[in-house]
Design a protein around this ligand. Sequence first.
Ligand code: DQA
Length: 170
Amino acid sequence: MSTRRRGATATARPRAEPLILVLHGPNLNLLGTRDPLIYGTTTLADIDAELVRLAGARGAAVESLQSNHEGALIDAIHGARGRCDALVINPGAYTHTSIAIRDALDAVDLPAVEVHLSNIHAREEFRRESRIAARCVGQICGFGAQSYYLGLDAALTIVERRRAERPRDV
Ligand code: DQA
């Protein structure tokens, strides 16, 4: 399953407001009913709606995509180049396996924040390694749905700082 949601009117780049791409990996479409003791009861639609609200309050926009397919996530990362200002990514189980997603993050050279609902360092051994962590500015995990909101805050702070430092056209 793949879903794409957009929290603002689509316009071609360059755009005044920052655009953050939020990527959700496999099985995250089942949030709300999937292992609620680990992942909580908040649905993906609830998370995406809150991300749009939080971004809007900071004059930014969010586009979100969920896919159960590695290639679709990679295509979305490629598509963000030159169009989005930063990424927030929860690759689900691909976190622990996907060199291809890591390479895609390298290739697009956009600031990325890795997020997880659960604390992957307090779970099974195989979840403790993230293949993408070294390609991200940082990792936020263990706060349930709030990990996404903290991740968005981090991404927007990076983008706002970069814009403030950017020399202006005269
Ligand atoms: C997850 C953690 C992963 O280990 C797991 O495979 C997921 C969800 C999280 O958000 O906690 O699908 O990324």
